[in-house]
Design a protein around this ligand. Structure first.
Ligand code: XUL
Length: 517
């Protein structure tokens, strides 16, 4: 099917852990013109990364080959063209990268960019331009000593100024570890890119800046000055400031598409808007860029994120603060035991999804007689629990009560651990597999006392990138784009008669978590 656009198209490219998604929108008509996907494991088996990263004996080490990302982008573009999307109609492009991952480029990377395309295919030339052949990604947890050193040197300032305490997967601790373990390779490194800025550089053929959205995931960006923090950078690794691209607002145009990309049907010279991280892009893709909305993504782990009016940080150190591509800041809070815990409880009671998602909560009252559960089937990030364990306030309960205990505890945990943002959320947007659960949706509405909108935005990071391109290049307002692309399907209102029940239960939950977590 060939798409005949009445208005220009905008392209969003998302390079995630598992694969690449390319998505083109016709912003004027409010339609997705086409999408194409690449799965690293299935489509690019030569990289031997069935799950998007290279196997390693030490389970804490998680690296990926950056050439795989580039080849993935190229294949996704070919597939998008093959699906009938007229790429020559694309007027602007932006992208999204898995956050925190870092790419180490040698001095010849600049030459490669400047001569992009003059030596034929890009991927075969990349290896020679990298000072480190593989890139640590967000799943890497091998940097604990570096985190402890950063924490000892800067204490609470690390979090209040960079938005997060030292975190293993964040880029600063990764860089410190590399500089210490491989000083010669570090010395040969001219530029350290994030996944986002690396790919953006390849599109423009020049060194792309890092945007505030992704830059805030490095333990290096001072959110108060919106510049790299000189003292933290100097401590992280020698000469680091000279190796970082500048950090700038997300809506900036990084440059113009290099001639190389015309082989995929794109027009050279179209503006390339800065790439950002997947979570900042998703905030836009689900229509959540304006403060007052909280987005809850219900997946294997649950994530909660929301635009913030001003910088605040989580005193418990669990939540993160990133730049919001629509301006200002955003929070990101991960709850590791999301659908993973819901699956476990469902299996334990031997119920089907109809019972779990609907019946159980019909059979039990809101508040559940105070029955609560700390469902840490795997280590939990919010609150921080290193050893898995499941605890309940009860000894016996019916299957229906167990389900309600889990779902209410999960919703109360979200309310408790997002309170530091100081925002009275006027609406909740839910997405992800478990948003089909009528019970969980109603509980979220009642616990937060806010309407819950279910949205069916597939590929929110790629869509967010396309919307950002439409905003920055096409001059369209985000609110207008949200209206066209991010409509809610269903709205579930809160029931005011249960406000007090949950205000009380929140206190009980907080006390239980303090003793049991
Ligand atoms: C966020 C995080 C992940 C990655 C990969 O801090 O580590 O969400 O962005 O998706």
């Amino acid at each position: 099917m060939t798409h005949h656009p009445s208005t220009p198209l905008f392209l969003g490219i998302d390079v995630s852990t598992q694969g690449v998604k390319a998505l083109a929108i016709d912003a004027g008509r409010g339609v997705v013109a086409g999408t194409a996907g690449v799965h690293f494991g299935a489509d690019l088996p030569a990289y031997r990364s069935p799950h998007g990263f290279l196997p390693h004996d030490d389970p804490r080490v998680r690296h990926a080959d950056p050439r795989m990302w580039v080849e993935g982008v190229e294949l996704a573009l070919r597939r998008l063209a093959a699906a009938g999307v007229p790429l020559d109609q694309v007027a602007g492009v932006s992208g999204s990268g898995q956050q925190h991952g870092s790419v180490y480029c040698g001095a010849s990377f600049a030459e490669l960019l400047a001569g992009l395309g003059s030596h034929g295919e890009l991927v075969p030339h990349l290896a020679g331009a990298l000072s480190r052949p593989t890139s640590p990604i967000w799943m890497d947890r091998s940097t604990t000593p570096a985190c402890m050193e950063l924490q000892a040197a800067f204490g609470a300032r690390l979090q209040t100024d960079t938005g997060s305490p030292a975190i293993e997967r964040f880029t600063g601790p990764q860089i410190r570890t590399f500089a210490r373990e491989q000083p010669a390779a570090y010395a040969r490194t001219a530029t350290i890119h994030l996944v986002s800025s690396f790919l953006c550089s390849l599109l423009t053929g020049s060194r792309a800046p890092i945007d505030y959205g992704d830059g805030a995931g490095m333990n290096l960006l001072n959110l108060k000055t919106l510049a790299w923090d000189p003292a933290i950078a100097a401590f992280t690794a020698p000469g680091l400031l000279d190796r970082l691209p500048p950090c700038v607002p997300s809506h900036q145009v990084a440059g113009h598409l290099a001639a190389y990309w015309s082989r995929f049907g794109l027009r050279p010279g179209i503006p390339v808007v800065l790439w950002s991280g997947d979570n900042p892009n998703s905030l836009i893709g689900v229509g959540g860029g304006t403060p007052g909305t909280v987005v809850v993504s219900l997946g294997t782990s649950d994530t909660l994120f929301a635009a913030m009016r001003d910088i605040r940080t989580d005193p418990a150190g669990c939540g993160h603060v990133f730049g919001n591509p629509a301006g200002g800041f955003m929070s990101l809070i991960c709850f590791s035991n999301g659908s993973l815990a819901r699956e476990q409880v469902r299996e334990q009671i031997g119920a089907d999804w109809q019972f779990f998602d609907v019946e159980a909560c019909r059979q039990t009252p809101p508040g559940n007689g105070g029955k609560l559960m700390l469902p840490y089937f795997v280590p939990e990030s919010t609150p921080l629990v290193l050893q898995p364990r499941v605890r309940t306030t009860f000894e016996t309960a019916t299957p229906a009560e167990r389900v309600r205990a889990l779902l209410e505890s999960q919703a109360l945990s979200m309310r408790l651990h997002s309170a530091w943002q100081g925002e009275a959320f006027r609406r909740i947007r839910v997405t992800g597999g478990a948003s089909r659960s009528a019970a969980l949706v109603q509980i979220l509405a009642d616990v937060f006392q806010a309407p819950v909108e279910t949205i069916a935005v597939a590929d929110s990071a790629a869509l967010g990138a396309a919307l950002r391109a439409a905003q920055a290049v096409g001059g369209m307002a985000f609110e207008e784009l949200y209206g066209r692309f991010c409509q809610s399907q269903r709205v579930v209102p809160p029931r005011p008669e249960f406000r007090q029940v949950y205000d009380d239960l929140l206190q009980a939950y907080a006390a239980f978590e303090r003793t049991g977590a």
